[in-house]
Design a protein around this ligand. Structure first.
Ligand code: HEM
Ligand SMILES: [Ca+2]
Length: 255
């Protein structure tokens, strides 16, 4: 277990290192969008999941929009109908939602993204009833009430790490949901929402890892096709964290 500052996303340094290497080899050619698409594919296939050809030649946005990101991206506290609507607004189906959520078969989340489920769920004074009580006890040990919000724990309690198992990117995420051991509210809702179309899809992917992998690949391609910037649109960012010309970035040196 490690502790970091309380930011919602991590790993910028990894992207910066890849960008630095790409700029050195071929300045101004490789977009940050393409770096992220390739890194996602490599992470999944190296962890024992499927491989695919990520579509490339996608350029970087000339704007960065904090409010827009919060409006369009689902939150882990959101109810399933809202999350489904946010996906549908981008032409992503319920199958895409379940398949892509399967990426939570690896990686970590900070306490503040699920601690609302552990002690006083929706003001009830009780934990989230859709969560397994022994799992809740484990999570309460990790995230004490009013404790450090940024402590990390595994999204998949069964096969999170390469050193625990050869199969990290597997369908165990779906088995976890069926045992009421989904970490985020948005994970568990896929299985625990009565009458939702997502329940049958969870069952299907749990029983057939090949089908999960095939759907995951298709859904990653679908997600990558949400209004990409190609041709002369957008730009090739010099620093993946900011649009060109913003802030005090002075560009790379040619020496
Ligand atoms: C369906 C809506 C989704 C919600 C609400 C959601 C929410 C979250 C949250 C809250 C975290 C923990 C972040 C932190 O505490 O630092 C997380 C981590 C993660 N998510 Fe999602 N996510 C969603 C969809 C996706 C999709 C579509 C993918 C990729 C296909 C994905 C891949 C990951 C990965 C790999 C991590 C671990 C990151 C790390 O260990 O640094 N998630 N997600
Ligand atoms: Ca796993």
């Amino acid at each position: 277990m490690i502790q970091i500052d309380s930011h919602a996303v991590r790993g910028f340094g990894v992207v910066d290192n890849i960008k630095t290497a790409a700029e050195k080899a071929c300045p101004g050619v490789v977009s940050c969008a393409d770096i992220l698409a390739i890194a996602a594919e490599a992470s999944v296939s190296l962890a024992g999941g499927p491989s695919w050809n990520a579509l490339l030649g996608r350029r970087d946005s000339r704007t960065a929009n904090f409010a827009g990101a919060n409006r369009f991206l689902p939150s882990p506290f959101e109810v399933l109908t809202n999350i489904t609507a946010k996906f549908a607004a981008l032409n992503l189906s319920v199958t895409d939602l379940v398949a892509l959520s399967g990426a939570h078969t690896f990686g970590r989340a900070q306490c503040f993204t699920f601690s609302n489920r552990l002690y006083n769920f929706s003001g009830t004074g009780n934990p989230d009833p859709t969560s397994n009580s022994s799992y809740l006890a484990i999570l309460r040990q990790i995230c004490s009430q009013n404790g450090n919000r940024s402590i990390l724990t595994n999204l998949d309690l069964t096969t999170p790490n390469v050193f625990d198992s050869n199969y990290v990117f597997d369908s165990n995420y779906f088995s976890n949901l069926r045992r009421n051991e989904g970490l985020l509210q948005s994970d568990q809702e896929l299985f625990s929402t009565n009458g939702a179309a997502t329940v049958a899809i969870v069952n299907n992917f749990r029983g057939n890892q090949r089908r999960f992998f095939a759907s995951f690949v298709q859904s990653m391609i679908n997600m990558g096709n949400i209004s990409p910037l190609t041709g002369r649109n957008g730009e090739i960012r010099s620093d993946c964290k900011r649009v060109n010309g913003a802030g005090n970035w002075v560009g790379w040196s040619s020496s």
